[in-house]
Design a protein around this ligand. Structure first.
Ligand SMILES: CC(C)(COP(=O)(O)OP(=O)(O)OC[C@H]1O[C@@H](n2cnc3c(N)ncnc32)[C@H](O)[C@@H]1OP(=O)(O)O)[C@@H](O)C(=O)NCCC(=O)NCCS
Length: 168
């Protein structure tokens, strides 16, 4: 099966909305919280299209179907990859790696000097992939405290940074 990568076109709208649904599902699954993303998570893709810093979006197509997409956000010489999603039944086949490499090359071509990607701390496999591909410098750390006493999310222990423990 051949995989082709090309720029996003308006006719990809529905396919990308479906992929955004799958991106949300990944977050729902890892946090065991089926409410994340609300009733219409796919519509977040429409908001994404309108982001002023969205520099470009590419889709991967296999057998005439859009199976993945990635966007590059850029602001001056700073860039961010957000989001990236591959159809769930086609993961772990190298599609994500190919899209990441393309986006990194494109960011470099555009003069981006610092490129970030911001997975949630619990997305262990995605973090492994990003580390593997070269994201090995940490910038800001997103620290927060849960103020809702009724929150029953099951946070996991096990991350240590600068000698202190965090849950994720
Ligand atoms: C993260 C993602 C884009 C990676 O795309 P991919 O096509 O699966 O990535 P690749 O096949 O190039 O690389 C896979 C490797 O990355 C890691 N990996 C990434 N996601 C993984 C997952 N969900 N399960 C297992 N391994 C995963 C593993 O190390 C894997 O290596 P392996 O296949 O030898 O085990 C894809 O898994 C995905 O769409 N996930 C859901 C959405 C998401 O979490 N997006 C990232 C938000 S920051």
């Amino acid at each position: 099966m051949t995989l082709t990568v090309r720029q996003y076109a308006p006719s990809d709208l529905e396919a990308c909305r479906d992929l955004w649904r799958e991106l949300t599902q990944r977050h729902r699954d890892i946090y065991d919280d089926q409410i994340i993303g609300g009733d219409n998570p796919h519509l977040a893709f429409d908001d994404h299209l309108e982001k002023p810093d969205r520099a470009d979006t590419w889709v991967a197509e296999q057998d005439g179907q859009v199976v993945a997409f990635v966007s590059l956000l850029a602001d001056g010489d700073e860039g961010e990859i957000d989001p990236i999603v591959v159809r769930s039944d086609l993961r772990s086949q190298g599609i994500g790696t190919r899209l990441l490499r393309l986006t990194i090359d494109e960011a470099r071509r555009r003069g981006v000097r610092s490129l970030s990607i911001r997975p949630v701390a619990r997305n262990v496999e995605a973090i492994a992939l990003y580390h593997e591909i070269g994201f090995r410098t940490l910038g800001h750390i997103d620290m927060f405290m849960v103020l809702d006493a009724d929150s029953d999310r099951d946070w996991k222990p096990g991350i240590e940074l600068h000698g202190r423990d965090y849950r994720y």
